[in-house]
Design a protein around this ligand. Sequence first.
Ligand SMILES: Nc1nc2c(ncn2[C@@H]2O[C@H](COP(=O)(O)OP(=O)(O)O)[C@@H](O)[C@H]2O)c(=O)[nH]1
Ligand SMILES: [Mg+2]
Length: 249
Amino acid sequence: MVDTLVVVPTFNERGSLASLIGRLRQTVTGADVLIVDDSSPDGTGELADSLAAADSAITVLHRPKKEGLGRAYLAGFQHALDSGYRFIVEIDADGSHDPADLSAMLVLAQDGADLVLGSRWIPGGAVLNWPWPRRMISRAGNSYARKVLASQIRDLTSGFRVFRSDALAAVDFTSVASQGYCFQIELAWLFERAGLVVTEHPITFIERSVGRSKMHAGIVVEALARVTMWGMFSRRRKPSRRDNGSADG
Ligand SMILES: Nc1nc2c(ncn2[C@@H]2O[C@H](COP(=O)(O)OP(=O)(O)O)[C@@H](O)[C@H]2O)c(=O)[nH]1
Ligand SMILES: [Mg+2]
């Protein structure tokens, strides 16, 4: 019985998807794959269908319109839980995350971590080929969120993750409202506050060489606004919340 589902969100990833799926299927042989495509105008959905037709481990979830990374992942998680998978993986379609890192990350989840984060900002982690403004946004954004949310996690925005399904089902993940990449912060912080075990594993993130990033100013503004609001709200309501030491950041 296959117990792992790798969820791959796509929007206009026609140039990258086949190569990522090929690497994934070679390195993580015992996992199924769910591609969640938001009706990409470049034909990524059709390409995903042809990959699925050739490989019974691959399924495609077509969504009618682009609603952001968060919404795509929530739909993928629901599918994974409904289908009974024990582990759920998040990975980008553009090749920035190396599927070869997954075996170590899955072992950490099998050994009891509720959430394993592929982390760029811990010793051993790295980012290659990012221009300095992008590096600065990630570093400053992570430091700000960490401080404001009193989080122990070093890479709150990482999009390379393994979840234990029972932990995901135990937190109310459907309450996660962020649409863009802030979704990653909100979900990790939800795990941390619930006292679940969050472990960071060092990864090297390599910026895409094909296609374009979907990052835009609105995504940064959403994250800044939400993190600031959560920080103010949680500080007023639960002043000693951070003393449970749930994450090993
Ligand atoms: N389904 C879906 N996938 C998305 C959306 N926005 C981004 N993605 C996917 O999320 C992953 C990360 O996006 P990317 O643009 O590479 O972000 P970056 O690495 O932070 O620059 C890629 O696989 C994208 O195709 C969206 O609105 N819907
Ligand atoms: Mg990318």
